[in-house]
Design a protein around this ligand. Structure first.
Ligand SMILES: NC(=O)c1ccc[n+]([C@@H]2O[C@H](COP(=O)([O-])OP(=O)(O)OC[C@H]3O[C@@H](n4cnc5c(N)ncnc54)[C@H](OP(=O)(O)O)[C@@H]3O)[C@@H](O)[C@H]2O)c1
Length: 327
């Protein structure tokens, strides 16, 4: 008979994982190419358990938990969060890394949204997207990109989403209710973005893939670009044409969610409040992709993500989200 692991004072909340969700960073971690794996500056070195985003049930709260660090969590609470080690039956986490699943939201949906508070932060706090503006979102079929689309729509912006192929674009038009432009190597897609904005260009670009040069070309005068990720760059960064920034009076802002939360915990709380509010009100719903079950399906899930088959979020069901009867 195997016994359940127990929580430790350092990671005082033990969660029985019911769902987990792979994201781009998991692929980088699996390949050892994420910035966190850097030998000198990184903190994540083998052996470690892969995975960030999860939802689950609190199985144990360490009695020695740091006072004020338990967020009022108790055994049996449904929680979700993002913390390394999520592709497992149990994960031991700091209380600050989990939140209670909002009322009316399924554990599956919460898991899909666990790592996407960055979308709310980027759209509302960093880009300050306003009603009536047009936002262009790259990597819009991805986990972060699809959440950015939903938040931008919720604040009243018009969204132009970029997709890698027509199959995904069709599904995104249907399920996300956004304009979708399919990218092509010759960059005719920039003309299409211009056409959709009557030649003016977009007010804001939320860049998840690493495309600042084409973002500048797609931008209206005085527009802003928020750099969120480099999903398409395979570690090779762009050289940005600075003269084009000047000519457009454009602003480029980088945003790193994890670090900004560490630097400014009060701001982080404000972000979570707004994000959870949008989830509770139903303004923010994940797009769920495919059907995946059990830890043995994680490899297939990561493979599908890497092959760019996915639009929205894969959620892998690990166990039931109701307590099993004792007998
Ligand atoms: N700034 C932050 O704090 C923060 C937080 C979380 C994540 N991120 C970063 O944001 C980016 C997106 O993360 P995610 O979890 O949303 O990833 P994801 O679910 O894998 O989505 C990435 C999307 O990028 C597009 N893409 C274009 N070229 C690609 C390529 N060569 N390889 C892979 N994807 C490509 C894909 O859409 P198409 O196939 O339709 O083109 C894909 O759907 C990543 O770089 C991640 O590290 C940043």
């Amino acid at each position: 008979m195997t016994s359940k692991p127990s929580a430790s004072v350092h990671a005082p909340i033990l969660v029985r994982v019911t769902h987990c969700s792979p994201q781009h960073a998991d692929i980088l971690h699996a390949q050892g190419t994420h910035q966190n794996n850097n030998e000198k500056r990184g903190w994540c070195h083998p052996p470690f358990t892969l995975g960030y985003d999860f939802a689950g049930i609190v199985a144990d709260v360490c009695p020695g938990a740091v006072e004020g660090d338990d967020h009022g969590l108790k055994k049996g609470d449904r929680v979700f969060g993002a913390s390394i080690g999520a592709f497992a039956e149990f994960t031991s986490v700091k209380a600050a890394t989990v939140r209670k699943v909002p009322r009316g939201v399924s554990s599956e949906a919460a898991c899909a949204m666990a790592g996407q508070a960055v979308s709310y932060a980027a759209v509302v706090h960093v880009a300050r997207v306003r009603k009536g503006e047009t936002a262009l979102i790259s990597g819009a079929s991805g986990g972060l990109g699809s959440a950015c689309c939903a938040v931008a729509k919720a604040v009243g912006a018009r969204v132009v989403a970029l997709a890698g192929d027509e199959r995904k674009a069709e599904a995104m038009r249907r399920d996300m209710g956004v304009d979708v432009v399919v990218m092509d190597e010759e960059r005719h897609w920039i003309d299409e973005v211009k056409r959709l904005t009557d030649g003016k260009g977009v007010d804001v670009v939320l860049d998840n893939t690493g495309m600042v040069n084409p973002a500048i070309q797609s931008l209206a005068y005085g527009g802003r670009i928020i750099v969120l990720g480099f999903a398409a760059r395979k570690g090779k960064m762009e050289a940005v044409k600075m003269n084009r920034l000047l000519l457009k009076s454009a602003t480029v802002t980088g945003y790193r969610f994890g670090e900004s939360g560490r630097q400014s915990p009060e701001k982080l709380e404000e972000i979570w409040k707004g994000y959870l509010g949008m989830m509770e009100s139903g303004e923010l719903k994940p797009i769920l992709y495919g059907s995946y079950k059990g830890l043995e399906d994680i490899g297939r899930a990561l493979g599908d993500l890497e092959a760019r088959k996915v639009y929205g979020k894969i959620v892998v069901k690990i166990s039931d989200d109701e307590e099993k009867p004792k007998l």
